[in-house]
Design a protein around this ligand. Structure first.
Ligand code: URA
Length: 251
């Protein structure tokens, strides 16, 4: 026998991989079935679920939490932009040919719900160069326990823009509803607001979509529900704390 054959014989083949539980795509959508027609989720792929698994893991470092939550935010922003209306636009290409394409119809701006929403601003700026961004701070009123507006700053022509409203965690829906009310008070019609969200609880999503049925919601994942402290379950804990968002920036 040749020495090559001997060597082959002496190396045992690697053991077969252990059986993996079957991945059930879209299983989380059963938490809200049927989905309200105004709600759009990211494609529920295994890759997306892997990204969510990393950011949900309490052992994930802050660096990884930032990196992987930013990846999901980028996907969400891109999906949000898919819902903006376009108009016909014809251009001439360098070959001298004419291309009948489309262009975005109107101006946009982002509005982040402080503090956690601020973490989504960079993702929006990455894809929309020099986009205007407004801010809104809503907190629970100590006396009434209702969400109360503490601060807002918007582009002065916000009523003429499409608004991408940014808040990563939709729990009870109280802050998001208040934020939309404030935007509508500034003249932005409900249909021109797109709410962009990382994780939604069915309770908050139901309340929000019943209140604003023609406002589109783009969410990455619908979780099981809320605990008695209004944290999303399984969730990822306190988003602001995980990212260590430690200051407000009031321009
Ligand atoms: N805000 C968070 O950061 N996490 C939750 O689970 C709910 C609201």
């Amino acid at each position: 026998m040749s020495s090559t054959a001997d060597a082959t014989k002496s190396v045992p083949p690697p053991p077969p991989p252990p059986p993996q539980p079957a991945h059930v795509p879209n299983s989380n959508l059963a938490h809200m079935n049927p989905l309200p027609p105004s709600v759009f989720t990211l494609p529920q792929t295994a890759q997306l679920e892997a990204l969510y698994t990393i950011i949900r893991d309490k052992e994930t470092s802050r660096g990884d939490f930032l990196f992987y939550s930013d990846r999901i935010i980028r996907l969400l922003v891109e999906e949000g932009l898919n819902h903006l209306p376009v108009v016909a636009r014809t251009v001439e290409t360098p070959t001298g040919a004419t291309y009948n394409g489309v262009g975005f119809e109107g101006k946009i701006c982002g509005v982040s719900i402080l503090r956690a929403g601020e973490a989504m601003e960079a993702g929006l700026r990455e894809v929309c160069r020099s986009v205007r961004i407004g801010k809104i701070l809503i907190q629970r009123d100590e006396e009434t326990t209702l969400p109360k507006l503490f601060y807002s700053k918007f582009p002065q022509d916000i009523a003429q823009r499409y608004v991408l409203l940014l808040d990563p965690m939709l729990a009870t829906g109280g802050s998001a509803i208040k934020a939309v009310e404030v935007l509508m008070d500034h003249g932005v019609p409900e249909e021109r607001i797109i709410f962009i969200n990382l994780i939604a609880a069915p309770e908050g999503l139901t309340t929000f979509t019943k209140r604003f049925p023609s406002l589109k919601v783009i969410t990455g994942w619908i979780d099981e529900g809320l605990n008695d402290k209004a944290y999303i379950i399984p969730g990822l804990g306190d988003f602001g704390e995980r990212r260590q968002v430690s200051f407000f920036y009031f321009p």
